[in-house]
Structure formats: C-alpha cells, structure tokens
Design a protein around this ligand. Structure first.
Ligand SMILES: [Zn+2]
Length: 192
C-alpha cells in the first residue's frame, strides 16, 4: 500500500466509521471491514468536508433544491443545502413508497440534486430520483458520501461519491480470517 490515504478515508477511519478487523455482518457474512457512516456524520467538520466534495462536483449546475431518502441521507441533504444556500428536503416511506411528506414541495422544472450517505444497492436513491422526475422536475445528479456498490449502480444521471469503498465479504465457511482463527467481532447495528 504505497498510495497515500485520501482525506475522505482519513475522516472515515478517524471517526470510527470504517473499522478494520474481522466482522460478522447482520447478513451473517464475514468481512475484514465494518462500516457505519453515521459515526463520521456526527462531527460537523467532517460532514462539511465530505459534503464539500459533493458540492464541488456539481458546482457548475444551477440547483434549486437538494433531497435525500430518510434517514441516513438527512445530515447530507442538510449540509449540502447549507453549503449551496438552497432548500433541503427529504423523502420518507409511507406504505412502502418514497413520498414527500411534511408539506415538502418540488415544483415542475426545478433542478434537483439527490444525495445519500451510503449507496449500496442504490434502491432508495433510485426511488427518490423517480419521485422527483414524476413531479416533472429535473434530477441534475446523485451525490453520495460513500459508494459501496462496487460500480454496479446506474441512476441514469451523473453519480459522484466522495469515497468509493470496495466491499469484500465471504460466507463464514469461506472466511480467510476464520481460517486464521482471528477472533470475530459482531457489531450491533445494521451494516449491509
Ligand atoms: Zn470470519
């Protein structure tokens, strides 16, 4: 590993959001890394540094408002909205479908940035993209703090993540760390 650590990786590790070791994930699979983005987003300076990467990427776009799927994306939409001085909204599930509640409104023709903390399958983000497009507004792009999709997502609009984390997991029986008899950690909250 001769490459220098990126400032984004530095933040994720310093805040404890990204841990190295031997973990059993909620899926039951094993991994040499554990990730909990919220731990990085609890620090204002880190949220700002990470969200600046997103606003820099879309700096040339005229953006009217920013929206995220609840819950993980809320700190991201708040900070991006603050940095760009634009409205910051979030969508949430009602009867299973991503919906604008609380009186949030997007007008047809508005230019909207969709943001998220972590993109894994991209399902929630895709639903928010559709929600915005069905209103008749334009999605200028998707910005995330961390891309854990291993390059598998396509939202049909430009996608940028401040940090791409390659995710490698194994079924327990194939786990090389188990084979080395390294003790396994079982983090409490959801990860994958
Ligand atoms: Zn293992």
């Amino acid at each position: 590993m001769s490459r220098e650590k990126s400032p984004e990786l530095e933040i994720l590790e310093r805040s404890g959001a990204l841990l190295n070791g031997h973990f059993e994930l909620t899926s039951g699979r094993h991994s040499d890394r554990y990730f909990q983005c919220a731990l990085a987003l609890q620090y204002p300076e880190f949220v700002q540094a990470l969200c600046c990467r997103i606003t820099d990427e879309f700096a040339t776009e005229q953006i009217n408002c920013v929206i995220a799927p609840a819950v993980g994306g809320i700190p991201v939409t708040q900070e991006v909205g603050r940095l760009l001085d634009i409205r910051s909204l979030f969508a949430e599930r009602q009867d299973g479908a991503m919906t604008l509640r609380r009186g949030f409104k997007i007008e047809p023709g508005e230019r909207v940035l969709v943001v998220e903390d972590v993109v894994t399958t991209g399902g929630s983000v895709q639903e928010v993209v559709q929600l915005v497009q069905e209103i008749g507004a334009e999605v200028v792009g998707v910005g995330a703090i961390v891309d854990r999709s291993n390059g598998t997502v396509d939202f049909g609009v430009p996608f940028f993540a401040a940090y791409c984390q390659e995710v490698i997991t194994w079924p327990q029986v194939e786990c090389p760390l188990c084979r080395k008899q390294q003790p396994v950690n079982k983090p409490g909250s959801r990860s994958l």
